[in-house]
Design a binder for this molecule. Structure first.
Ligand code: FAD
Length: 404
């Protein structure tokens, strides 16, 4: 059992789950959760989905009473520096906190757009509840939106805005949607779905300039010379992990804060979890940084167990979901880098899965409107079981039979 207070910087999915998990695990030392956002800690995924439709209730994890009852000190403040020798964290308010163990759960922030007029009021991002609330108002009264980036968040927003009646253009520098994360088969399905909903997707171009008149956004200029008129630009070009606390404290940082298989940084008294952490993966080899609720909460669960006495390495199977329009995408495993994709089910019916293999080994499964394949896939991959590409392609083959 870790001695002394645990201080957690960041009260997102990872930070919240760690604080709750420590108490569930019987941890009796003080637990402080530094909340940098001025709202009770909340779920992020609804922000680009249901929240834009329904709002304005904050989708909180737990009411304030939970933190009081669990003796979790939820403090509205930000960590600004770490004194590793003295085991102290300085806060933006001027106070400082002693720690026995410090956890960086600082997540990520929007990658800013660096083109002329990108700071105007009509250019918006979608990471926090305040940003979602501002967008909710905008789309309630707006007529048009240009979304920059056809990744998960850009497309989720585009689908919601279109369903609300806005005229929507998506500008994507690549040649297919969600190209960084999914196979061409899944990209093609969602591209067709969004196009059928009259969302115009412009591939192979980028926005060179936000056009404005008197400080108000009037459109965007594209690299192919076209101009798209709009009052609202939504930027979804990825995130930057919040690693500065670690960097300034002299801890190794690459694509995220570098941690080992136990989620410890180079300093054994400091861990990093969630979107900000680049962890050593025994399962996949090498190291990786993932951006998903599963990754954040499973990191937190694993670390809670470690800090309460059991040094189990982190080895969970990644999974992810995205809701876009009427379709749900679910992914298990790591499907990028596959050399063979087998489609199971009928693409035309809108319910199918892409089984992704590398050198004949099942890497992961991407399912569209097929939660059954996804859930069986989670059990299969977690148990290190596989099915052959021929079995995957055979709709009559019972996937569950491999589990028995
Ligand atoms: P975060 O949730 O980013 O939380 C980090 C917190 O730390 C923030 O509140 C930040 O303000 C705070 N912080 C930063 N620096 C400091 C500091 N110095 N001191 C104190 N606090 C600090 N994932 C899915 O799996 N499925 C989805 O459908 C999905 N949809 C999403 C939709 C949206 C709009 C967004 C933005 C993300 C979505 N994600 C989804 C991704 C998922 O929300 C993230 O992977 C997850 O939130 C990561 O949790 P985290 O705790 O690591 O980081």
């Amino acid at each position: 059992m870790t001695k002394g207070p645990v201080v957690i910087a960041g009260a997102g999915h990872a930070g919240f789950q760690l604080a709750a998990g420590l108490r569930q695990g019987g941890f009796t030392e003080p637990v402080t959760l530094l909340n940098g956002e001025g709202h009770l800690p909340y779920h992020r995924p609804p922000l680009s989905k249901a929240y834009l439709n329904s709002g304005p209730n904050t989708p909180v994890f737990r009411p304030a009473k939970f933190y009081f009852d669990q003796k979790i000190d939820l403090i509205e403040d930000r960590a600004i520096s770490i004194d590793r020798a003295a085991r102290k964290v300085s806060l933006a308010s001027g106070y400082s906190l002693d720690y026995g163990h410090l956890v960086l759960a600082t997540g990520a922030r929007n990658r800013p757009l660096d083109i002329p007029n990108a700071k105007l009021d009509g250019v918006r991002y979608l990471r926090t509840i305040d940003e979602a609330e501002a967008l909710r108002h905008r789309i309630a009264s707006g007529q048009r939106a240009v979304v920059i980036g056809a990744g998960f968040i850009g497309l989720e927003f585009a689908a919601t805005a279109r369903a609300k009646g806005l005229d929507v253009d998506v500008v994507e520098i690549g040649t297919r949607v969600m190209a960084r994360a999914v196979t061409a088969e899944i990209s093609e399905f969602f591209q067709k779905q969004h196009t059928a909903a009259d969302i115009r997707i412009h591939f192979g171009v980028h926005v060179t300039r936000i056009e404005a008149d008197g400080g108000k956004v009037t459109g965007v200029s594209l690299s192919n010379g076209r101009r798209l008129p709009t009052e609202l630009v939504v930027v979804g070009v990825g995130v930057l992990p919040n690693v500065e606390l670690a960097t300034d404290a002299g801890l190794p940082v690459a694509a995220g804060v570098i941690v080992d298989k136990h989620l410890r940084t180079a300093d054994p008294n400091i861990s990093a979890i969630g979107d900000c952490a680049q962890y050593a993966s025994h399962r996949f080899g090498g190291s990786m940084r993932l951006e998903s609720v599963q990754n954040a909460t499973d990191h937190a669960r694993c670390l809670a167990v470690q800090l309460t006495g059991n040094a189990k390495p982190y080895d969970d199977m990644p999974w992810f979901w995205s809701d876009q329009g009427s379709s749900k995408l679910q992914i298990v495993g790591l499907t990028t880098g596959s050399d063979q994709v087998v489609v199971r089910g009928d693409r035309a019916s809108g319910s199918f899965s892409a089984f992704c293999y590398k050198a004949g080994k099942l890497l992961g499964i991407e399912s569209v409107n097929n939660t059954s394949d996804h859930m069986i896939g989670r059990r299969l991959l977690a148990a290190n079981r596989s099915i052959t590409p021929e079995q995957a392609a055979d709709n009559g083959f019972d996937l569950k039979s491999v589990l028995t």
